[in-house]
Write a protein that binds this ligand. Structure first.
Ligand code: ZN
Ligand code: FE
Length: 256
């Protein structure tokens, strides 16, 4: 399956329900709303064969029951969370093979946004829900800064070439925050221009390559001396340990 056969279905204000297409079969990731999924499947004459869920929030699972009423498909999701209609409970180390679209995925635990949050990945891609966003990361609704820091470190440890599919289009606002953290980051201002061109045409800024994120996402760059210095000067952080820098950065973003 090529990256091009993974299509964003827009939902609510800024959610993406990623649709993996293979022939006439389709799998959707985090269908918070069934209606745009039905519309897309009808228009493209696709048959739903499975649902992948990253975490329990309504904007990611709200469409499960309605989709199940039309398509009796397996629903994969985190073992540690309550997911409507779940048939396959997953945790780190598990592997799944979805025959109808010929795709393998491994599971990683990436808690922080929620406690049971999981991601689905293989050599080419990662579906990370609300853990990592382009140039940002998810809010800490349930987990601690330390958990989120470790989850992002896990993601950063995946191959540089993988494409990351996030749950929301937050990139432009995240870049504005990132630029206030790293005003001198040339990669970031270049990326801002690239994203603006896409968004002006109504195109998604996602997926994004992990190597790109490492150059522009401040939450993946908390080990950089310039970021630690900014946090010490502007946010009264006393430690330069990446975990502490991360916690202060996340708090800063909460009120940005
Ligand atoms: Zn969420
Ligand atoms: Fe969400």
């Amino acid at each position: 399956m090529t990256i091009k056969s993974i299509v964003p279905i827009k939902a609510f204000h800024d959610n993406y329900i990623w649709c993996l297409r293979n022939g006439e079969n389709a799998v959707v990731v985090d269908p918070g709303d069934a209606n745009p999924v039905f519309d897309y499947l009808n228009k493209e004459k696709l048959n739903l064969v499975g649902i992948l869920i990253t975490h329990h929030h309504p904007d990611h699972v709200g469409g499960n029951k309605t989709l199940l009423s039309k398509f009796q498909v397996p629903i994969y999701g985190p073992k540690k969370e309550k997911i409507p209609g779940i048939t396959h409970c997953l945790e780190e180390g598990d592997q799944i093979f979805i025959k109808d679209i010929n795709q393998n995925f491994r599971i990683i635990d990436i808690p922080g946004h929620t406690l049971g949050h999981i991601g689905y990945y293989n050599d080419k891609l990662l579906f990370c829900g609300d853990t990592l966003f382009s140039c940002g990361c998810g809010r800490l609704f349930e987990g601690t800064p330390k958990q989120m820091y470790q989850s992002l470190a896990k993601i950063a440890g995946l191959p540089d070439e993988i494409m990351i599919f996030c749950g929301h289009e937050y990139t432009e606002a995240n870049i504005n925050f990132a630029l206030s953290v790293e005003p001198e980051n040339k990669n970031l201002s270049d990326f801002q221009n690239k994203v603006k061109l896409l968004r002006d045409q109504g195109l998604p800024s996602l997926p994004v390559r992990l190597s790109q994120e490492k150059q522009t996402n401040p939450f993946l760059r908390v080990h950089k001396p310039n970021i630690a210095r900014t946090l010490i000067n502007n946010r009264k952080v006393s430690s330069t340990h990446p975990k502490d820098v991360f916690a202060a950065l996340r708090k800063w973003k909460d009120y940005f």
